[in-house]
Structures are given as structure tokens and as C-alpha cells.
Design a binder for this molecule. Structure first.
Ligand code: BES
Ligand code: ZN
Ligand code: ZN
Length: 498
């Protein structure tokens, strides 16, 4: 999609989108004013939230589609409602094969112009996402056009044009990278192997000016990452340790945020094998990796004043004569021994080494890990909210602010010491499963065992939020790219608060 700001109505647009409220006469564009008065008098259209009215008008001898989009009551409008309705409009427009659109900017007395504008643009761009490269009928179709969208500014809004243009440039990048995260996850596991993922990160690094260092099996072995290697052993596709470094704040070289992403390019469960239905979507088990890779690329592209290091321990969890087995005791880079009770609880093993590595070798001063870690997170919070575990309330509080601002929701789970007992093994230091109860908490605490006490750390379990079974709001069926807008916002606010 190409979005631009426009001072007057683009002559060629074939579709005009007008936002209207249930409880006021506001109309987001002058075009269609008269028709709207007639519609209001003579139709059932009440402009409740999500309601749409389709009609057409003749302008300069051309037939134009006119869509009235209900926003509900003015006081009840939120940025997330704007994002959702904007995506809905775009999905509708795609369905109708329309490609040139004029949209009037929404006005609201209790929301800031910048926030309204951002939410609209995000909704349009996120809603336009399509993953159809393997669908010849769509990919090659004449109807699969690039959407040209003009946001029409009123006279008074024109004074803000520069501000809005800068916001537009940034959002295009950030949402663009969220869509790259979606692409990485949506690629099937036979294509997106650890090596392919590593190559792609190399490419992103070159394009956006951050350093990428890929380590193969022998180097991973030299580092002593025994837990990571135990998981990777069952696959002929060898593991890759992907390290990304972006230094945009030279004055504070010792202040480095570490980002770790779970990078299972496929999770069959191993010998603790998953049922087929759960296995089909397990190409998505590198959603955490896709998120942090995309965030680092976005931050580097926007040249934010901050230092970031990212680590992904990429591998596949498969079955072969080399695979690790339930009952095995394995080592780890930290020197701790782990009793493997279930080979399907593999993510925490790869993350244990990745987190230990980023703190002890890369010397980061704070860590966020992002992982599709537990089915229990879906049971607890559904597909709406990401589960969080932390050892630092202040750090969590700052990230929560970004969650509220971006509507990428997170919620903290308790991590009282008592839960820790569940992951202590009788015959090794730790066991990789803490029983059925509090599964998301014990999984998070397992990773926490490899974090130094004085390093602020947040664990985000995105098992429920990184994937959507159906097209909904600003998501399409498949990967959601969750976490990219959240972490970008956090990093940006952090970089400017120093
Ligand atoms: N990758 C899965 C978690 C998952 C489940 C992600 C559903 C997305 C959707 C993880 O490796 C896993 O299998 N976890 C087990 C842990 C259990 C054996 C303690 C689970 O949640 O069942
Ligand atoms: Zn698993
Ligand atoms: Zn997994």
C-alpha cells in the first residue's frame, strides 16, 4: 500500500471513505455531505461502531464508491477502535477490488490528532497484509493491486502536515517490519530453516546497518551451549546462533538492552511428540525470534539513539536416532544440569543458553526475552494478552506503558519463590517441566534461573498472541507480528528519556 497525505481530493480515487459518529454531525470529508444527510433521514444506518453504508455518487462524469463508516459514540472512541475499523475498511476495499482510496482524517475531542492519525495509518497498513506468495490464483491475479490511499487533510489540519508526515514515515517503517515478522513466521518450516533465517538476518543487517554474527554448530559447541545443542541434535538442519548488534548511543556504550527470541523454526515436540493438529502450526515457534529481529531492524533503520544486542538460538526440534530423549540429563552453558522430563519443553532449554550467553558474553545490562513458550499461556490469557514474568517491577512498569500505548497487551503473572520449587529436580539441578499447574510461570522461572539477579529481566510468553487462527481486526489468519510495535515503542521512549 502507498499512503500519502493530500491537501485536496485526489482526482483519480475510485473510493471515498467517510468516517461518521453516532452522536454528532461530524463527517471526515466534505465529499458526500449532502448524500449523508439523505442517508441519515431515510436509512437504517445509525453510524454505530463497525457499521458501514455503501453507496455511490457521480463526480466529474465518473462513478465513485462512497463508504460511510460508523465510529459509534464520540466519547467512546479509542485508538485501538480506530486501528481496528481502519483495518476493516481496508479488508473490505481489497475484497471489492478497489485500489484508489481517499479517506478523511477522523477528529475527536478527547484523542490527540497524532494518536488518531497513527492509529488510522497502523490499521490501514496492518489490515492490508497478505501472505499469498504460494497462491498462484491470487498472486498473479489482475485484481491483486497495490492500494493507493490518500488521507485528506482539512484546512486547519494542514498546519500539522509536517508533524503528520514524520509520523507517517516512521509508522511505515515500523509496521513494515511487523509485516516482515509476519512473513518470517508464515514461511513454512521446510523453507524457513535455521540457516535460511540466519541468511535473512544477514541481509537485514546489511540493508539497515546493524552487525550480524552467525555461529554454527562447532562455535556453539565451543561456547558450551549444551542445552541448546541437545534440542538441535535431532535435526539434519544444523543450528545457528544468530547475534545482532546495533550501537546507536556511543555516549552510553555500557548501557545495552538485550533482546532474546525463541527461534524454533519447527517444534514437533520430539520424542514427547505433539498430536498432528498441534504440530501443523509449529512453524510459528520462531515467533519470538521474528519479533526481536524485526525490532532491531526497525530501530537501526530509524537510527534511534540506543544500544541493542539480539540473540536467537535457531534450531528444529525433531525425532531421529540423534535426538535427546525424555529422562536424559543435559548440561548448559551456565554449568547447571537439567533433567529432561519432556522433550516438548524445548524452548526454555534453548533460551536458558541464549539468555546466559547474552548476559555473560555480550554484557547486556537489561534483557527482554520473547517466546512462544507454553500452551498454558493460551489457557490463561487466550489470544488477547501476552503473559509476562519479571524480576524488576520498574522495568515491567515501563514496558507496560508501551503496551497501553500500542494496544499490544501484556499482563504480569506472579513469580513468587514458592513456584521455583516445582522446577527443582531430585537428581539434577533443574528439571525442564514443573508439572501441570502454573505452567507459564514455571516455564518463565526456568529461564530466570539463567539470568543474573542484578540484571533487570522481562520474559514475554507470546504463545497465545503471535498466531491468529482467523482474520480478525488488524490481523490476518496466521502470524500477527505481535511485539514489534510494543518493543519499538518501549525502545524509542527509553532512548529519548536518557
Ligand atoms: N512451542 C510450544 C508452545 C506452544 C503451544 C506455542 C501452542 C504455541 C502454541 C512449546 O515448546 C511446548 O510445546 N510447550 C509445552 C510445555 C509442556 C510440555 C510443559 C506445552 O505448552 O504443552
Ligand atoms: Zn515444544
Ligand atoms: Zn516450542
Amino acid at each position: 500500500m502507498n499512503i500519502k497525505l493530500c491537501e485536496n481530493l485526489g482526482a483519480n480515487a475510485n473510493t471515498l471513505v467517510n468516517f461518521v459518529y453516532q452522536d454528532s454531525d461530524f463527517i471526515s470529508m466534505n465529499e458526500g455531505q449532502d448524500i449523508y444527510q439523505i442517508i441519515k433521514k431515510n436509512s437504517q444506518f445509525k453510524a454505530t461502531y463497525n457499521e458501514m453504508f455503501f453507496t455511490s455518487l457521480v463526480k466529474d462524469g465518473d462513478l465513485k464508491n462512497l463508504i460511510f463508516v460508523g465510529l459509534g459514540k464520540s466519547k467512546e472512541l479509542t485508538t485501538d477502535k480506530i486501528r481496528k475499523i481502519a483495518a476493516k475498511v481496508i479488508k473490505k476495499v481489497i475484497k471489492e477490488n478497489k485500489s484508489e482510496i481517499n479517506v478523511g482524517l477522523i477528529k475527536n475531542s478527547h484523542l490527540k490528532l497524532e494518536n488518531i492519525f497513527s492509529a488510522m495509518v497502523e490499521g490501514f497498513l496492518l489490515g492490508d497484509y497478505r501472505f499469498d506468495k504460494y497462491k498462484n490464483s491470487k498472486k498473479n491475479s489482475k485484481d491483486n493491486k497495490v492500494i493507493e490511499l490518500s488521507i485528506i487533510l482539512s484546512n486547519e489540519e494542514k498546519t500539522n502536515q509536517e508533524l503528520l508526515n514524520n509520523i507517517l514515515i516512521e509508522i511505515k517503517e515500523v509496521v513494515g517490519f511487523a509485516c516482515i515478522a509476519r512473513n518470517l513466521v508464515n514461511e513454512p518450516a521446510n523453507i524457513m530453516t535455521p540457516e535460511k533465517l540466519a541468511n535473512y538476518v544477514n541481509k537485514l543487517g546489511k540493508e539497515n546497518n546493524f552487525e550480524v554474527n552467525i555461529m554454527d554448530e562447532s562455535l556453539i559447541n565451543e561456547l558450551g551451549m549444551e542445552a541448546f545443542l541437545a534440542v538441535a541434535k535431532g535435526s539434519a538442519n544444523s543450528p545457528k546462533l544468530i547475534v545482532m548488534r546495533y550501537f546507536g548511543d556511543d555516549a552510553n556504550k555500557n548501557d545495552v538492552l538485550g533482546l532474546v527470541g525463541k527461534g524454533l523454526t519447527y517444534d514437533s515436540g520430539g520424542y514427547s511428540i505433539k498430536p498432528t493438529e498441534s504440530m501443523v502450526t509449529m512453524k510459528s515457534d520462531m515467533g519470538g525470534a521474528a519479533t526481536i529481529i524485526s525490532v532491531i531492524a526497525a530501530v537501526a533503520k530509524m537510527k534511534l539513539k540506543v544500544n541493542l544486542i539480539g540473540v536467537v538460538a535457531a534450531c528444529e526440534n525433531l525425532i531421529s536416532d540423534k535426538s535427546y530423549k525424555p529422562g536424559d540429563i543435559i548440561g548448559s552453558m551456565a554449568g547447571k544440569y537439567i533433567e529432561v522430563l519432556n522433550t516438548d519443553a524445548e524452548g526454555r532449554l534453548t533460551l536458558a543458553d541464549a539468555v546466559y550467553y547474552i548476559i555473560n558474553k555480550e554484557k547486556v545490562t537489561k534483557v527482554i526475552d520473547v517466546a512462544t513458550l507454553t500452551g498454558a499461556a493460551i489457557i490463561a490469557l487466550g489470544n488477547i494478552t501476552t503473559a509476562a514474568i519479571t524480576n524488576n517491577e520498574q522495568f515491567y512498569f515501563e514496558l507496560k506503558k508501551s503496551a497501553d500505548l500500542t494496544d499490544e497487551k501484556i499482563w504480569q503473572l506472579p513469580s513468587f519463590d514458592e513456584y521455583r520449587e516445582q522446577i527443582i529436580s531430585k537428581i539434577a539441578d533443574l528439571k525442564n517441566v514443573g508439572g501441570r499447574s502454573a505452567g507459564t510461570i514455571t516455564a518463565g522461572l526456568f529461564i530466570g534461573e539463567f539470568v543474573k539477579d542484578d540484571i533487570p529481566w522481562i520474559h514475554l510468553d507470546i504463545a497465545g498472541t503471535s498466531w491468529s487462527d482467523k482474520s480478525k481486526d488488524y490481523y490476518s489468519a496466521g502470524a500477527t507480528g505481535i511485539g514489534v510495535r510494543l518493543l519499538y515503542d518501549y525502545i524509542k521512549r527509553y532512548s529519548t528519556s536518557k
